[in-house]
Design a protein around this ligand. Structure first.
Ligand SMILES: Nc1ncnc2c1ncn2[C@@H]1O[C@H](COP(=O)(O)OP(=O)(O)O)[C@@H](O)[C@H]1O
Ligand SMILES: [Mg+2]
Length: 169
């Protein structure tokens, strides 16, 4: 499949923290081992809120923080989840946290501030841009850059719609 055929996009609006978390939760319910989700947005956009939802969707109960890799949090759910936050680290520090190994791992990976390592993310990955901060309504722009992430996006859309229908919007 050519990249142009594989690429897909979607936009959602979120007017509450709960809605952003709910969209993350729907994604967490369909995340597969090896999936990489790249989050982009200003400080306070809602990236961490979104990841909390992802963890909930994966059924995370345990939380393992490795003292050596404090910039990477590991959660045990239906599949393992690595939550990477690049806010405090520069490109020169990526090797120190084993970034390339994380991208290759069988866990699902969600990266905050992914634009800071865009050249080291897999070619096929799901980008989620969150626009807006403070009391503003958030806009989530999603872009899948390959066939696997496009499939993930379809699963996510289906789950998000089912969830909305279930709770009556
Ligand atoms: N629609 C919304 N979606 C997500 N967060 C929101 C929304 N509206 C207000 N907020 C607030 O914005 C903040 C987002 O914080 P956080 O998730 O830590 O952002 P980031 O990780 O992007 O810096 C929270 O205090 C949250 O309550
Ligand atoms: Mg954050």
């Amino acid at each position: 499949m050519k990249p142009a055929e594989a690429a897909a996009g979607r936009q959602w609006t979120s007017s509450s923290e709960a809605r952003t978390r709910g969209l993350g939760e729907a994604l967490g319910q369909v995340l597969r081992p090896g999936d990489v989700v790249a989050l982009v947005g200003e400080l306070g956009a809602g990236k961490t809120t979104f990841v909390q939802g992802v963890a909930r969707g994966l059924g995370v109960s345990g939380y393992v923080a490795s003292p050596t890799f404090t910039l990477v949090r590991e959660y045990r759910g239906r599949v393992y989840l690595y939550h990477v936050d690049l806010f405090r680290i520069g490109p020169e520090d990526l090797d120190g946290i084993g970034f390339d190994e994380l991208m290759e791992s069988k866990a699902a990976v969600v990266v905050e501030w992914a634009d800071r390592a865009s050249d080291r993310l897999p070619a096929d990955c799901l980008w989620v841009y969150i626009h807006g901060t403070g009391s503003q309504v958030r806009s989530l722009h999603v872009r899948a850059t390959g066939s696997s992430s496009s499939q993930l996006l379809r699963l996510w859309e289906r789950e998000a719609e089912a969830e909305r229908a279930g709770v009556g919007g």
